[in-house]
Design a protein around this ligand. Sequence first.
Ligand code: 4NP
Length: 154
Amino acid sequence: MRVLFVCLGNICRSPTAEGVLRQKLRDAGLAKRIEVASAGTGGWHAGEAPDVRSQRAAKRRGYDLSAQRAQQVSAADFNRYDLILAMDKSNLRDLSALQPAGAKAELDLFLRRYAAVKDEVPDPYYDGEQGFEEVLDLVERACDLLVIELKGRL
Ligand code: 4NP
């Protein structure tokens, strides 16, 4: 099983989701069976480490994002991954436009799939610290439900 999280820049939301899910899979003993990655619909930050504010907020909750490097999503990813999860509706629209016909990946809106209080992870890039905490709150909760789904699909 391969899961790809996608946001706009791949330096705030999707790296956070990647780090959180990877840790939760480790805790569940599933790290070797499920591959996790993240990408951005845009390529402006390709090669960069996650935003320092995301790294700092994640570290306070025990997630290490420091080894991650941003990359842009590609059409080929739709045949590489089984599940592609968009952080907001704009990301989902951009991904739908890129999705090749007949590709294997299932594409969905991350929070809508896991029935969260909101259906989008708000972009924290222009916000203060609180925005990064909210990203973590939403992502942690949805990842708990995602782990349950993934267990059932193995
Ligand atoms: P992300 O946040 O999509 O959660 O990584 C953003 C990062 C960078 C930009 C926008 C959103 N940007 O415009 O550079």
